[in-house]
Design a protein around this ligand. Structure first.
Ligand code: AMP
Length: 374
């Protein structure tokens, strides 16, 4: 079966690495030369919205997916009219717009912080009355890894503070959301597939705890150490199940939550395989990448059971000294074939062991070796 993937970055590469042993073939739509997925399949080198490129990409394909959420809406629509696009154009549209995303959560009784949209300067006074500072101002679209956002603390005139930040963000449509005083950040990676015959199945990975540095994911741990009694995982599963069912979703999804004294607060969703699920390559029976392909290709899902505990650390900006990482017993190194550049995700390392305790020494060693350039 040949699967088309919009985007040829590291997520496309890891989809390819997971799918080739199962007999999947790949075609990637990617404008950049020498992308991380380049050796995993055929590359259609064209902009994501180029009609001629799309024609060549879609030819003879039955199934397509994407590896980043900023796929142009018209491209998603064009593809879904010709083949099975999973996750759907609707899921993509919701994830592209922070207001639509938070409204979807709220309508499904998934807890979210207070929020309000700001599209013009004269909406700012009313916005700060509804969402007083401290708050976070984020662009509605195209934000990633902490980019396109400002944390705003109360400091005299809140409307002036918001106006200054809104100007700095380029006077584009934004969302102002209450600052959440969280004790931890977690994500739930889940997969939904159509079951043979009728109906659907949903499988969940262990709840993952995530630590960010400079707005970029530094470390993921699964199962989440902050979830001592499993209550957070139960709540996350309930919320994500409601979301998947309501969207009639197919494929892997990641939903990120803040942990607060009153429970989980949903921050955002990614309708794709996700960095906080990279540990599943080494730490779960079936990785998020393989399960995404199985779901997209209408095949049975594999077990999401985890092999004990896992820790994943990202490699960002600076090329790592690979021999030092390889010296750490059990460390699994994944490089994405990219040149070093400030702020760029170049790879990750996973440690897996029977319990979290058994990983502590190796994690401490890894944390000393990995140096970021951000
Ligand atoms: P996002 O782009 O929404 O994933 O935000 C990036 C990171 O900024 C999150 O992982 C949090 O660490 C932090 N952050 C985002 N929104 C808020 C918020 N409303 N309150 C506190 N921290 C936030």
């Amino acid at each position: 079966m040949k699967i088309g993937v919009v985007g040829g970055g590291q997520l496309g590469r890891m989809l390819g690495l997971a799918g080739l042993p199962l007999g999947f073939q790949f075609r990637f739509l990617e404008p950049a030369a020498d992308c991380p997925a380049a050796r995993l399949g055929e590359i259609i080198r064209a902009p994501y919205d180029d009609l001629d490129g799309l024609e060549r990409f879609a030819q003879d394909l039955s199934f397509a997916t994407y590896e980043f959420e900023n796929v142009p809406a018209e491209t998603a629509q064009w593809l879904s009219e010709r083949l099975v696009l999973a996750p759907t154009a609707r899921a993509l549209a919701i994830a592209q717009d922070r207001i639509a995303e938070k409204t979807t959560f709220r309508d499904l009784a998934i807890p979210v912080q207070n929020f309000i949209g700001i599209s013009s300067a004269n909406e700012i006074d009313a916005a700060v009355r509804k969402v007083p500072l401290p708050a976070v101002l984020k662009t509605r679209r195209l934000g990633y890894d902490g980019k396109g956002q400002r944390v705003l603390r109360t400091n005299g005139d809140d409307a002036v503070t918001v106006r200054t930040a809104w100007n700095e963000l380029g006077r584009v449509p934004c969302i102002l959301e209450s600052f959440v005083d969280f004790s931890a950040e977690v994500s739930m990676i889940a997969v939904r597939a159509r079951a043979p015959g009728h109906g659907s199945v949903i499988a969940f990975y262990q709840l993952t705890q995530n630590e960010h540095r400079h707005g970029i994911l530094w470390k993921s741990q699964a199962p989440a150490p902050c979830d001592r009694d499993g209550q957070l995982a139960d709540a996350a599963q309930k919320y994500v199940r409601a979301l998947l069912e309501s969207l009639d979703y197919v494929g892997v999804i990641a939903v990120e939550f803040f942990v607060t004294p009153s429970g989980l607060v949903a921050n955002e969703m990614a309708p794709r395989v996700h960095n906080s699920g990279h540990w599943t390559i080494d730490g779960a029976v079936t990785s998020q990448f393989e399960n995404h392909l199985r779901a997209v290709g209408s095949m049975p899902l594999g077990s999401t059971e985890c092999k004990g505990s896992s820790v994943m650390i990202n490699l960002v900006g600076r090329a790592p000294i690979t021999s030092r990482i390889m010296e750490i017993s059990g460390a699994k190194l994944h490089l994405y074939g990219k040149g070093a550049r400030t702020g760029r995700k170049l790879g990750h390392v996973t440690l897996t062991g029977p319990t979290a305790k058994t990983l502590e020494a190796a994690t401490a060693e890894l944390e000393k070796i990995v140096v970021w350039d951000v």
